[in-house]
Ligand binder design. Structure first.
Ligand code: MG
Ligand code: MG
Length: 254
């Protein structure tokens, strides 16, 4: 069941997504060599609540933290813990917030200090792929058009697309229909209609696409231990151009 949102609902989602963007920026400012991932989680939890939000991830299927922190070969769903970031690491932070009954969801992969040029290229390609996908997220196209755009952009550049995890519809619930895979065929899948809200979130690997599910029950990692990047926006479908409800402006303005 795909729920179409009214303009009022979309504006409520924009509010939640802007708190997500501000939280990610706050985390970005704190990221440095020597900082533990659990300290980033504490920061996020406090920041979200101070801004009137509820951390969406905390307690979701028993997830114990307010953000997912996935370092280097961790793809997504990393558990914040005692690990201390090192110069040259990349760290994907995924954040979800609910305010006034509506959800926001966005993710960004940060560099810790100076990162190898080939890893920076992975991050650039993943973020560019997200916007390629968003450019197809318009009324009249299909989910497969979004999926194909992301896959094509990454595979043409020699990267691989994780298959086991996908984007999703979002609204009152963090995960609604439809699924939004990062691979697929043009012209296939659910038709995009005005008022649909979806989270588009490419998870792109430098090496092979294969992943393993770690024993902690949450963390997903690349099998070959090569790095993986993750960027996510929540968007509303409109005629002509997608309305990006989340934002990286707070992160990138610093
Ligand atoms: Mg997310
Ligand atoms: Mg998501």
């Amino acid at each position: 069941m795909i729920y179409l949102k009214t303009e009022e609902e979309i504006e409520l989602m924009r509010i939640a997504n802007h708190v997500v963007g501000k939280t990610l920026a706050e985390i970005g400012r704190a990221i440095a060599p020597g900082v533990s991932t659990v300290s980033l989680d504490n920061l996020a939890d406090t920041f979200i609540r101070d801004h009137g939000g509820i951390p969406l991830f905390k307690g979701y299927r028993g997830f114990p933290a307010s953000i997912c922190v996935s370092v280097n070969e961790n793809v997504v769903h990393g558990l914040p813990g005692e690990y201390r970031l090192k110069e040259g690491d990349i760290v994907s932070v995924d954040c979800g917030v609910k305010i006034n009954g509506y959800c926001g969801d966005s993710a960004y992969t940060f560099c810790v200090g100076e990162v190898k040029p080939e890893v920076k290229q992975l991050l650039k390609t993943t973020k560019d792929a997200l916007y390629e996908g968003i450019s197809c997220a318009v009324e009249g196209k299909r989910i497969g058009d979004v999926s194909y755009a992301i896959q094509k952009h990454c595979e043409e550049r020699g990267y691989s697309v994780v298959r086991e995890l996908v984007g999703h519809g979002i609204g009152r619930m963090m995960h609604e229909d439809p699924e939004v895979p990062n691979y697929g065929k043009r012209g296939y899948g659910p038709l995009l209609k005005k008022g649909m809200c979806i989270a588009i979130e490419p998870m792109i690997n430098m090496g092979s696409r294969n992943v393993r599910f770690e024993k902690d029950g949450w963390t997903v990692s690349t099998r070959d231990k090569k790095p993986s990047a993750h960027f996510e926006h929540t968007v509303a479908i409109r005629n002509g151009e997608a309305d990006i409800l989340s934002t990286f402006d707070y992160i990138e303005e610093k």
